[in-house]
Design a protein around this ligand. Structure first.
Ligand SMILES: Nc1ncnc2c1ncn2[C@@H]1O[C@H](COP(=O)(O)OP(=O)(O)OP(=O)(O)O)[C@@H](O)[C@H]1O
Ligand code: SF4
Ligand SMILES: [Mg+2]
Length: 352
């Protein structure tokens, strides 16, 4: 089913709420529920796509995995060569060591590359920190990394402003790979690039994944890009996962009305094929005061009375022998009762 059925990361009930503060005394008057009880598995060697509208919590979930934001609840159980540990419970020193395994590539690495350092200057820091003492050795490694992302090794002596957007993104990827990570979170890694350059960078990411046996979490608001890259796709809405399935199943059999609306907005290339565009009413509600029940109900064309008060749980169904998770009160009517399956432990841990 998956390329490798071993779980690398188990996320259970992850919750990242940001306080909303007001006035001179900075009183907390509410919380932005950026990530709200998210449970999912990430399997070794897979690419898990994460899609959803702007502000639905994709970046916060990525940063929560790396513990780069103050996570407020849940577990992030990482498989350290067979030994499972919760990333939230690691000591500072253990987390520093864990960072070698977990890397993130942001939309524009320009902001994270020091403009007054050459590429060698920026990329050598993590290598130094993790014990590559000889400067010659660091030069060799950085040269090899630049070549791996199809840049000339001598570019290490250039400054960030001397590169194009696509080249800078390759440098960001080279930097993420410098410590030989296992899990790479690509957060809108190609969104700022021209379409022709996007394809080059996506293909480079796919090549590097095979070569270095990487696992990716691939975040994008662009479903076509996510489809191209991913084995499985998770759809997020207002801090929650509303649907998760293998990429081809999600496209062939979207069960959640929100996913159906997202898919209907993708232009269909084939002549003669038409897809009816579903236009969602209203804006994305505020994650400070999400609607009760199913958070999608004010925009859902199928909303029923129960949707206004009861939160639909993310449950696993089996469709054509394949697992498909969805959080919608209508799902059972469409595909029958939920299944007891390998994902069942995710369901049972995911209280809403
Ligand atoms: N540091 C922060 N402090 C307070 N609120 C935050 C913080 N970071 C994110 N948020 C809020 O959390 C919610 C989720 O934001 P996030 O950046 O994770 O969304 P996203 O899905 O990545 O959106 P985009 O597609 O625009 O990148 C938003 O409402 C955002 O305003
Ligand atoms: S639970 Fe109700 S409101 Fe939510 S997506 Fe399903 S039908 Fe629509
Ligand atoms: Mg984001």
């Amino acid at each position: 089913m998956h390329k490798n059925s071993e779980v690398l990361l188990k996320i259970r009930n992850a919750q990242t709420y940001f306080p909303v503060q007001k006035g001179l005394l900075k009183r907390t008057v509410g919380h932005v529920r950026a990530v709200d009880k998210v449970s999912l598995n990430v399997y070794w060697g897979e690419t898990l796509g994460l899609v959803g509208e702007s502000g639905c919590g994709k970046t916060t979930l990525g940063k929560s995995i790396l513990q780069l934001v103050p996570v407020t609840g849940g577990e992030f159980i990482y498989n350290f060569d067979g030994e499972e540990k919760d990333l939230r419970k690691l000591s500072k020193e253990e987390m520093m060591q864990a960072r070698k395994r977990l890397q993130i590539v942001f939309q524009d690495p320009y902001s994270s590359l020091n403009p007054s350092f050459t590429i060698f200057g920026s990329l050598q820091d993590p290598l130094k920190k993790f014990g590559v003492k000889s400067k010659e050795e660091r030069k060799r490694i950085i040269g090899d990394l630049l070549e791996a992302v199809n840049l000339h090794r001598d570019y290490m002596y250039r400054y960030p402003h001397e590169f194009s957007g696509g080249q800078r993104q390759r440098i960001g990827i080279a930097r993420a790979l410098s410590l030989q990570p296992e899990l790479v979170i690509c957060d809108e890694a190609v969104s700022a690039l021209d379409v022709s350059i996007q394809a080059q960078v996506l293909n480079l990411l796919l090549e590097l994944k095979e070569k270095h046996q990487l696992t990716y979490i691939f975040i994008s608001h662009d479903l076509s890009v996510v489809e191209y890259m991913s084995d499985r796709i998770a759809v997020m809405y207002l801090g929650k996962i509303v649907e998760l399935a293998q990429a081809e199943d999600l496209f062939a059999n979207a069960l959640h009305p929100y996913t159906q609306a997202l898919l209907s907005a993708i232009p269909v290339a084939e002549v003669g094929r038409k897809r009816k565009r579903i236009v969602l009413e209203g804006n994305v509600p505020s994650p400070v005061n999400p609607p009760p029940g199913c958070a999608f109900h004010p925009r859902c064309p199928y909303a029923m009375e129960v949707c206004k008060s009861r939160v639909p749980e993310l449950k696993t169904y089996v469709l054509d022998g394949k697992e498909h998770q969805v959080a919608c009160h209508l799902a059972a009517d469409k595909v029958g009762a939920p299944a007891k399956s390998r994902q069942a432990e995710v369901d049972s841990n995911a209280t809403n």
